[in-house]
Structure formats: structure tokens, C-alpha cells
Design a protein around this ligand. Structure first.
Ligand code: NDP
Length: 247
């Protein structure tokens, strides 16, 4: 298959959107490498299932907010597979509360998991992608970067930072034939959205013109499009996948 000599790194592939992107890209023939932090059983089950279907997949435990762990894993991946074709910065958490009640711990936890991780991952792999002379970087941001959400000031700031990284990295890396884009999902059915209080979930649902929650598959197909030939002249952009919530 055309993509079989390309490998893709995905942070946080053990559940939700990340797991669906892992499956979608493996189905498209890519050699997929993903990280997990706590969900070891999910990660192994996903890998085993893909490998049993003849797909290429490897999972590594790595807390992507910790520099030593990211650098060690990046070195291992480079020695096993060479430079990645694509990096997908997907791992993320929420620690919601009203801003006036938001302590520094909750602020830093979200920043470290959601945006410091993106710095660490890209910083570790980019020199190798630049030498290779092609590649893609994708950020899984959020519609919350553009549309205010009560209780999510820390999360919104981390997701807006991803959009800023997308623009500046796209401009820096175009000359190396590396494209950089972001996807900003709205309300997508995963553990993260299921953890929202019912009142907040229902309020968001009412703001969606398509009147339904989105599926992980709908996000994963867009990720695959942006990495593939359809995305070959797209860089520095954000694709909002929110059923019209932000329209
Ligand atoms: P989930 O909570 O379902 O899954 C989060 C994933 O991130 C898990 O695989 C988890 O791994 C991993 N992860 C979190 N922190 C770390 C870390 N420090 N190191 C390694 N892995 C980590 O989230 P979703 O699938 O819903 O979200 C995925 C991305 O999409 C996030 O960035 C989120 O902000 C974004 N998003 C989600 C939306 C939604 O409605 N669901 C909407 C907009 C954006 P493990 O379980 O192994 O710990």
C-alpha cells in the first residue's frame, strides 16, 4: 500500500479521538506509533486488533508532558523507524472550574499536558523531519479556542496556543516541505465529553445546528485527509469540525 513506508506518531492513542485516528491511519496503510499514559489495556488491545488485521501499529507508554520521557521515546522511534512522516499532537486533558476558583495546579496541569507536550514532541522529532525534507504536523485543538466556554479558561488557552503554533510553524517549515495544520473539534463523543456535567453537555448540544454530537470517526477522517494527497497544498489552516456550533 502507498502509505506503508510512512510512519506516523500520535500522542494519546489509547482512547477517544486518538484511538480512532490510530485505526483510520492504520487502515490507510500507515505504520502507526502511538503513546498512552494510563490506559495500557486499551492500548494493547487496539494494537493487537490492528496487527491481527495485517496493519502496522506499535504502542509505547509515555507521559508526553515530561521531557525525558518524550526524548527517550523519540530516540527509540527514530532508531527503529527513521524520521516520521507525520506527528499528531492529540493527547489532552481538561481540569474545568470557574476561573476565579482555578488554582495554579489546575492551570499548569492543563498547560503541561496540552501544550508543553506539543513543544516537547515536535522539538524532538522536527530535526529529523527537516532532514527528510517532507512531512506533516497536526494539532488536535478545540472549538473552545474560538468560542468561549464557561469553566474552560485553562483549556481554551492551551487550545488557542495550538492554533498559534500551527500558524508560526507552518510559516517556518514550509521551505522544508513540512505542512502544519490544526483540527478544532466541537462536541465529540468520547470519555472527555461524557465527563461533562449533564447541564453543560445539553447546553452545548442545543448550540449545534446539526443537532447531534460528532463521532470520533468524523474527526479521524479529516486527520487522514489532511495527511493525504487531498491536503497537499493546505498548510497553516484550522479545520473546524463542530456541526456548525461556531457558525
Ligand atoms: P480522551 O479523554 O477520551 O482521551 C485522551 C487521550 O489522551 C488518552 O489516550 C490519554 O491517554 C491521552 N493523554 C492525556 N494526557 C497524556 C499524557 N500526558 N501523556 C500521554 N497521553 C496522554 O480525550 P478525547 O479523545 O476526547 O480528546 C482527544 C483530543 O481532542 C484532546 O486533545 C482534546 O482536548 C481534543 N478535543 C476533544 C473534544 C471532545 O469533545 N471529545 C472536543 C475538542 C477537542 P491515557 O488514557 O492512556 O492516559
Amino acid at each position: 500500500m502507498e502509505n506503508s513506508n510512512k510512519w506516523v506518531f500520535i500522542s494519546g492513542g489509547s482512547r477517544g479521538i486518538g484511538a480512532e485516528i490510530v485505526s483510520e491511519l492504520a487502515e490507510s496503510g500507515y505504520n502507526v506509533v502511538f503513546t498512552y499514559k494510563n490506559s495500557r489495556e486499551n492500548a494493547i488491545a487496539l494494537c493487537d486488533s490492528l496487527i491481527s488485521q495485517g496493519k502496522q501499529c506499535t504502542a509505547f507508554q509515555c507521559d508526553v508532558s515530561i521531557q525525558e520521557e518524550v526524548n527517550e521515546l523519540a530516540d527509540k522511534c527514530i532508531s527503529l523507524f527513521g524520521a516520521p512522516y507525520a506527528i499528531i499532537n492529540n493527547a489532552g486533558i481538561v481540569k474545568d472550574s470557574l476561573f476565579i476558583n482555578m488554582d495554579q495546579k489546575a492551570w499548569l496541569e492543563v498547560m503541561n499536558n496540552n501544550i508543553l507536550s506539543s513543544y516537547l514532541i515536535n522539538n524532538a522529532f522536527l530535526p529529523h523531519m527537516i532532514s527528510q525534507g517532507n512531512g506533516c504536523i497536526l494539532f488536535i485543538s478545540s472549538v473552545t479556542a474560538f468560542k468561549g466556554n464557561i469553566g474552560q479558561v485553562n483549556y481554551a488557552a492551551s487550545k488557542a496556543a495550538m492554533i498559534g503554533m500551527t500558524h508560526s510553524l507552518a510559516v517556518e517549515l514550509g521551505r522544508f516541505n513540512i505542512r502544519v495544520n490544526a483540527i478544532a473539534p466541537g462536541l465529540i463523543e468520547t470519555d472527555m465529553s461524557k465527563a461533562l456535567p449533564n447541564s453543560a453537555y445539553n447546553k452545548m448540544l442545543k448550540q449545534i445546528p446539526l443537532a447531534r454530537v460528532g463521532s470520533t470517526k468524523e474527526v479521524a477522517m479529516s486527520a487522514s485527509f489532511l495527511l493525504g494527497p487531498g491536503g497537499s497544498y493546505i498548510t497553516g489552516q484550522t479545520l473546524i469540525i463542530d456541526g456548525g456550533m461556531s457558525a
